[in-house]
Design a protein around this ligand. Structure first.
Ligand SMILES: C[S@@+](CC[C@H](N)C(=O)[O-])C[C@H]1O[C@@H](n2cnc3c(N)ncnc32)[C@H](O)[C@@H]1O
Length: 264
């Protein structure tokens, strides 16, 4: 596939493998095997993140949001966001954005024939490009509420100021009643677990993009101007779990914090 580097594992393909998807290569599976050895709960953490995304998307649709901008959308082999949203409201539009050629190419195949959806290849930090893109303008009315999805993607932006500024710029561009759905890696409170996650983060330097964990305070500051919905900023499995919690009181839930905020 043109533009796809098969000599190095990539974040979207490794994540696809961890959540049980089918679009990944030997190099990704080998990377994942070593990551699982270093941090045995990484697969549960990835699945829990994806399950949080599903619950948050459904909540936004139940609150009346019909437009979704999925920033760092990944490879949609395990239920796409438009399928999650349309399970609540069939008229939802979704624009996907990813900077990895393989995620974009695979999304294009998956989205063929799915009206009201599009995938844009872009760095999500290029806010003008994403918001000014013809597909965004065609599918999203920025005068109406939009759910901005930034799950497990912001931590691939190494510069913390750029990451925070990017979130702020998207929030500025959408009206009151819009939502930010956020999840982000954090080192947590248990030092041994933090060291294990640290070992995996070190490994991400060999991926096509490397990842950074950030403190709960830094993550929380992204939500400062929003009305954060219950239960606030919590580990993914504790965000409105219903009957869906993957595992119980195990250390893996100390790896990814999640929240949903509504723009007042
Ligand atoms: C771990 S996956 C998360 C996928 C999905 N958001 C989810 O939570 O299930 C992270 C995705 O973010 C994408 N990504 C990383 N940095 C990005 C950037 N600067 N702009 C756009 N996409 C990015 C990666 O290519 C990857 O597909």
């Amino acid at each position: 596939m043109p533009g796809v580097d098969l000599s190095r594992a990539s974040p979207s393909r490794v994540y696809d493998y961890l959540i049980g998807g089918g679009y990944n290569f030997a190099v990704d599976r080998e990377w994942a095997a070593e990551a699982i050895r270093r941090m045995p709960w990484i697969r549960a953490a990835a699945r829990s993140n994806r399950a949080f995304l599903g619950r948050a998307v459904r909540m936004c649709a139940e609150e009346g949001v019909r437009q979704f901008l999925d920033l760092g959308s990944g490879i949609p082999t395990v239920q796409s966001v438009h399928e999650m949203a349309r399970a609540v409201a069939p008229d939802c539009n979704v624009v996907y954005v990813d900077n990895e050629a393989v995620a974009v190419a695979h999304s294009q195949l998956t989205l063929e024939g799915a009206d009201g959806t599009a995938i844009i290849e872009s760095d999500m930090c290029d806010v003008d490009h994403v918001l000014g893109h013809p597909d965004t303008r065609r599918l999203l009315d920025l005068d109406q509420p939009v759910a901005l999805l930034m799950t497990a993607s912001l931590y691939y932006i190494p510069d913390p100021d750029l990451a925070a500024r990017t979130v702020a710029r998207y929030l500025d561009a959408v009206p009151s009643g819009s939502y930010l759905v956020l999840s982000h890696a954090t080192l947590g409170q248990d030092q041994r677990d933090a060291m294990k996650l640290g070992g995996v983060l070190e490994m991400t330097k060999t991926l096509t993009s490397s990842a950074t964990a950030r403190t709960p305070e830094w993550i929380s500051a992204l939500l400062a101007d929003l009305d954060v919905v219950e239960p606030g900023l919590v580990y993914t499995s504790f965000w409105r779990p219903g009957g869906l919690r993957v595992l119980d009181e195990t250390p893996w839930h100390d790896s990814v914090l999640a929240a949903v905020g509504r723009k007042p």
